[in-house]
Design a binder for this molecule. Structure first.
Ligand code: SF4
Ligand code: SF4
Length: 85
């Protein structure tokens, strides 16, 4: 279960809110599941699903905090439309 706006907890009032230009892409092979991205995401839109860190792109605002905090640097911020999640 995501704890972000899709469940009434996050900040963004509507999906995407129209201003995101970058989105996070997780290198699942390098991820050590420390959950720091989950802890720091201000939108609560990261969740661990079947052993993978998954981002709810409807509510990710592209701030890059998750990528900045990841100790393995396995989250890349990619321009929207240039790479699938
Ligand atoms: S870019 Fe920001 S809003 Fe999106 S998943 Fe990372 S920390 Fe959360
Ligand atoms: S912060 Fe990085 S290593 Fe930790 S769970 Fe998130 S993606 Fe994986």
């Amino acid at each position: 279960m995501f704890f972000g706006a899709s469940n009434g907890v996050g900040i963004l009032p509507t999906p995407n809110s129209g201003f995101r230009t970058f989105h996070p892409v997780v290198d699942q092979d390098a991820c050590i599941h420390c959950n720091l991205c989950w802890i720091y995401c201000p939108e609560g839109c990261i969740e661990k699903e079947t052993g993978k860190m998954v981002v709810d792109m409807d509510y990710c605002k592209g701030c890059g905090i998750c990528a900045n905090e990841c100790p393995r640097k396995c989250i890349s911020m990619v321009k929207d439309g240039e790479q699938d999640e």
